[in-house]
Design a binder for this molecule. Structure first.
Ligand code: IPM
Ligand code: MN
Length: 354
């Protein structure tokens, strides 16, 4: 059996992971996947139960898993919890604890959703890019100080740092990813200002010879943010650091019509973790209106990257595309002439099309 650890987390996490598990279960027989599921707590829910957002039992279970399927964590309920116990610490702790160094965030604009994009249809039709975000370094994990008082003035600080091996590891994976696609890699930094970015750029350039079949270019992050809005079709693979990747991937995601549709894979050495890129949306939790597609497509990435079940992965992706092409929508992407369904109901439509 292949063990999948399911971590629903908070807010809509329960609804969306249960939708994705239903999809996986209904494929199990056809592809002899032999999956077994084990659910664990993390996030605010875990904090309420155990006083910590990431219980050791959850992290340990993930270490022995074939893959982890993650929902979302966080919520206004825990806004006043001290920084080191906030729900977000669960996902950051999993990334660090499992060494999930590369976050792959694909953005593919489906024909059926071209009109849902905030950008003009002629700009977004055919967009197909992947952001490769470094996930266990940079300012997210540098030293920080919440409050320091000098001469009566309070300040806080966060340290950004990257080592050559950290940049090399993510860059190699990005070059390899580009090789399997359209062989174009854009490295994003802020080398006109930041020392870490200059080291980043030097390190990427030093590897370029080994991947001379891939076309490489560099963009400053501010320019990249603009290019994503004016000409997103120019991109194939984008590689960048943790913070820039966080910001650019939300921007890129919305180009596809809704952040609710976007999956991600966080690749590690021990195991890998799959999660939608959206948050826990506490305002709509429990109402059966959340879009489960980002999580269902994350389950497809799980099949592809962790279990090497390419056919099963494609089957899920095709079923999601067909459901959308047939006019079924959740509230976030619903427009005139389409049929609005709840989380459970649209999952059934997807399952019917597998
Ligand atoms: C994401 C999220 C997380 C991040 C938060 C929840 C810590 O925004 O996965 O993009 O900033 O990495
Ligand atoms: Mn984010």
């Amino acid at each position: 059996m292949r063990k999948i650890i399911v971590i629903p987390g908070d807010g809509i996490g329960t609804e969306i992971t249960s939708a994705a598990v239903d999809v996986l279960k209904s494929l199990d027989k056809k592809f002899s996947l032999e999956l077994e599921f084990e659910t664990h707590d993390a996030g605010g829910t875990a904090y309420d139960k155990f006083g910590t957002p990431l219980p050791d039992s959850t992290l340990d279970a993930c270490k022995t898993a074939d893959a982890v399927l993650f929902g979302a964590v966080g919520g206004t309920k825990w806004d006043n919890v001290e920084a080191k116990l906030r729900p977000e610490k669960a996902i950051l702790g999993l990334r660090k604890g499992l060494g999930l160094y590369a976050n792959l965030r694909p953005v593919k604009v489906l024909d059926a959703l071209v009109d849902n994009s905030p950008l003009k249809p002629n700009l977004v039709g055919g967009v197909d890019l992947v952001i490769v975000r470094e996930l266990v370094g940079g300012i997210y994990f540098g030293e920080r100080c919440e409050s320091e008082i000098n001469d009566g003035v309070e300040r806080a600080w966060d340290l950004e740092n990257y080592s050559v091996p950290e940049v090399e590891r993510i860059t190699k994976l990005a070059f390899e990813t580009a090789r399997l696609r359209r062989s174009k890699l854009t490295s994003v930094d802020k080398a006109n200002v930041l020392a870490t970015s200059r080291l980043w750029r030097r390190t990427v350039n030093a590897l370029a010879d080994r991947f001379s079949d891939v076309e490489l270019n560099h963009l400053y992050v501010d320019n990249c943010a603009m290019q994503l809005a004016v000409n997103p079709k120019q991109f194939d693979v984008i590689v960048t650091g943790n913070l820039f990747g966080d910001i650019l991937s939300d921007e890129a995601a919305v180009i596809g019509g809704s952040i609710g549709l976007m999956p991600s894979a966080s690749i590690g050495e021990l195991t890998s973790l799959y999660e939608p890129i959206h948050g826990s949306a506490p305002d709509i939790a429990g109402k059966n209106i959340a879009n489960p597609m980002g999580t269902i497509l994350s389950a497809a990435m799980l099949l592809r990257y962790s279990l090497h079940e390419e056919d099963a992965a494609r089957t899920i992706e095709a079923a999601v595309e067909k459901t959308l092409a047939d006019g079924f929508r959740t509230a976030d992407i619903c427009s005139e002439g389409t049929t609005k369904l709840g989380t459970v109901e649209i999952t059934k439509e997807i399952i019917n099309r597998l």
